[in-house]
Ligand binder design. Sequence first.
Ligand code: IMP
Ligand code: MG
Length: 181
Amino acid sequence: MDKIQILDKKFKLFIPYEKLDAAIDKVASELNNDFKECDDVPVMLCVLNGSIMFMSELMKRVNFDCQLISIKLSSYEGTQTSGKVKQAMGLTSSIEGRRVIIVEDIVDTGHTIVELERILKEKGASRTYVCTMLHKPEAAQVDVKLDYVAMDIPNKFIVGFGLDYNELGRNYKDIYVLDEQ
Ligand code: IMP
Ligand code: MG
């Protein structure tokens, strides 16, 4: 499908699944290199809901022992970030003393990562890493260190592969961008 409609908005194909797949292969092998034969069991932290597709693809590829833990945050209203990051569900397990790899769908303004790192520090993580599928460098409002990035994209609103517009569109296998004309 080249074009889709979600509620009042039209979107066009932007990143086909094949490209995402190859980009995820690349970050997964970086993770495998960096965490191979580690003595601890790092936490892979799924930031719900947006990261579920990326997380499931990563989990099929990583080959070190890791524990899947989730948390739910939200900041978007429609196609704009509200600037306020709300915690909708706390951590599903303790991360005390653990190394935590934050798995995000997308880093936009960076506020979510700042808030996550604050929560993880408060809950006793020994170290945090950020692994994101997508990154919008032009949208940055705060400085965040990203350890693993599958793909950089321009500052445009997208849906699909976990990402939503008002909770819809997460189920598309490809990524679509807002079609402004
Ligand atoms: P940040 O706090 O501004 O970096 O935004 C991070 C969160 O906003 C992401 O985890 C997404 O859930 C959501 N988000 C950012 N950009 C988009 C987009 O283009 N489409 C859908 N959701 C987005
Ligand atoms: Mg998210």
